[in-house]
Write a protein that binds this ligand. Structure first.
Ligand SMILES: [Zn+2]
Length: 189
């Protein structure tokens, strides 16, 4: 398999998240203890991972602190995996690491929602093109269903993400809650 050999060469023969060799423990099943190529959806790019980082073996305490090192990887697919994993961990250090991650808009879009589909453009109330990470301002009061508050007209929403398969929707944080907002109700700042 050429692909796994290429990955092993890129990764230096270790897991690209934790740097582990994949040899878990004496009692570990050798067949499941190997490093394997895992695709990072929705792309077909793969990352070399050990069983723990693949989620096939229980993570030892403190295992995921390895993400703090892996977040500096130069490999885009690794950055995406690290970002997703950090987002899933509800721990102060993980949130801090997430804030420290510097990703370009394309990588962030891949990590958040999958790559934006070709041909889908998100435009604000004035028809201006919106991009991942933009700051927008609400142009009307919005009743936030389920959250029990009204997002006021004029509220700035920083670091929006684009909903990959719906050109009429973006996501952003208002009053600490992540909500879906219709693009017709926002104006790019
Ligand atoms: Zn690993």
């Amino acid at each position: 398999m050429a692909q796994i050999d290429d990955l092993k060469a890129r990764a230096g023969g270790v897991c690209e998240i934790c740097g582990g060799t994949g040899q878990l423990s004496a009692e570990g099943d050798p067949a499941s203890g190997d490093l394997a190529a895992v695709e990072v959806p929705p792309s077909e790019e793969a990352v070399l991972l050990c069983p723990v980082c693949r989620g096939e073996a229980e993570a030892p305490a403190g295992h995921w602190r390895c993400l703090e090192g892996a977040m500096w990887s130069g490999v885009q697919a690794v950055q995406v995996l690290v970002h997703r994993r950090l987002s899933a961990l509800d721990e102060p250090w993980a949130r801090e690491a997430l804030e420290g991650m510097v990703l370009d808009a394309a990588t962030l879009a891949w990590a958040d929602t999958g790559q934006p589909l070709a041909g889908i453009e998100h435009r604000d109330a004035n028809g201006a093109l919106l991009a991942q990470g933009d700051t927008v301002v609400l142009v009307k009061d919005l009743q936030v269903k389920g959250a029990g508050f009204t997002a006021k007209r004029g509220t700035a929403v920083r670091g929006i993400s684009l909903v990959a398969d719906n050109a009429a929707q973006i996501e952003g944080r208002v009053e600490g809650q992540r909500i879906v907002i219709l693009t017709e109700f926002v104006k790019k700042k």
